[in-house]
Design a protein. Structure first.
Length: 225
């Protein structure tokens, strides 16, 4: 497959073991199959950058696909809780984070590659609302589809780094793509506010319900759809 990595720099040889440990899925090399999304990431700080292009062979690699029907949204959220540092600190949020870790967390370091949503600022705030008990699981699931959020592909193992080959790059104009990123984020937040204000139903599940009823990964009530 062809994948892209948005950056301020040209990266011809991604290095295993580098990267920020507090990213969504921990330390790894974060890419996407969507070049437009990579360009937004490249211009994320308001400066020009590069969409680095790679050929990647994931055959025979152990891939964790969090968007497959095998997992519910709380598995993704538990991984986010484990790696992201800033969360609300009041009592239900702390209890929720601990419950998610204990019952839904997967060890992403056991996999060569992880596929899943990217928690940009707006989407991270939606996740925080759920953890703090202010929105239902249904509304969180709907929120994760707003603003055309893309999927990221993260290389985690030394074996996966051996399968990536640099193909070139495209220069990214920050004037254009920083605004595109901002507009996408604003659209997601606008749609989220509108959805958040709609009425809940008697069947909606909140984090406190999940804790009280002892729901765990695989529970049919927790599927994405």
């Amino acid at each position: 497959m062809i994948i892209y990595h948005g950056s301020e720099y040209v990266i011809k040889k991604p290095e295993y073991g580098k990267g920020e440990i507090r990213n969504d899925y921990g330390r790894g090399f974060y890419c996407t199959e969507n070049i437009e999304l990579a360009k937004e990431w490249a211009a994320g700080k308001g400066t020009d950058g590069y969409a680095n292009v790679y050929e990647f062979d994931d055959r025979d690699l152990k891939v964790l696909d969090l968007n497959s029907g095998e997992y519910d949204i709380l598995t993704w959220l538990a991984i986010l809780v484990e790696h992201r540092t800033y969360w609300q600190s009041h009592s239900i949020a702390e209890q929720a984070k601990n419950y998610l870790r204990d019952n839904f967390l997967l060890d992403v370091n056991r996999y060569d590659v992880v596929r899943g949503y990217r928690a940009d600022d707006s989407y991270f705030s939606f996740a925080q609302d759920f953890v703090s008990g202010t929105i239902s699981l249904r509304k969180l699931s709907q929120a994760m589809r707003l603003g055309k959020l893309g999927e990221q592909i993260v290389l985690k193992s030394k074996k996966s780094f051996e399968r990536i080959k640099y193909f070139g790059n495209e220069k990214v104009n920050a004037f254009l793509y920083f605004d595109k990123k901002k507009i996408r984020d604003q659209l997601a937040r606008k749609e989220y506010r509108e959805n958040k204000n709609t009425a809940d139903t008697k069947d909606d599940i909140f984090i406190i319900d999940i804790i009280r009823e002892g729901m765990v990964r695989g529970d049919e009530r927790l599927k994405w759809n």
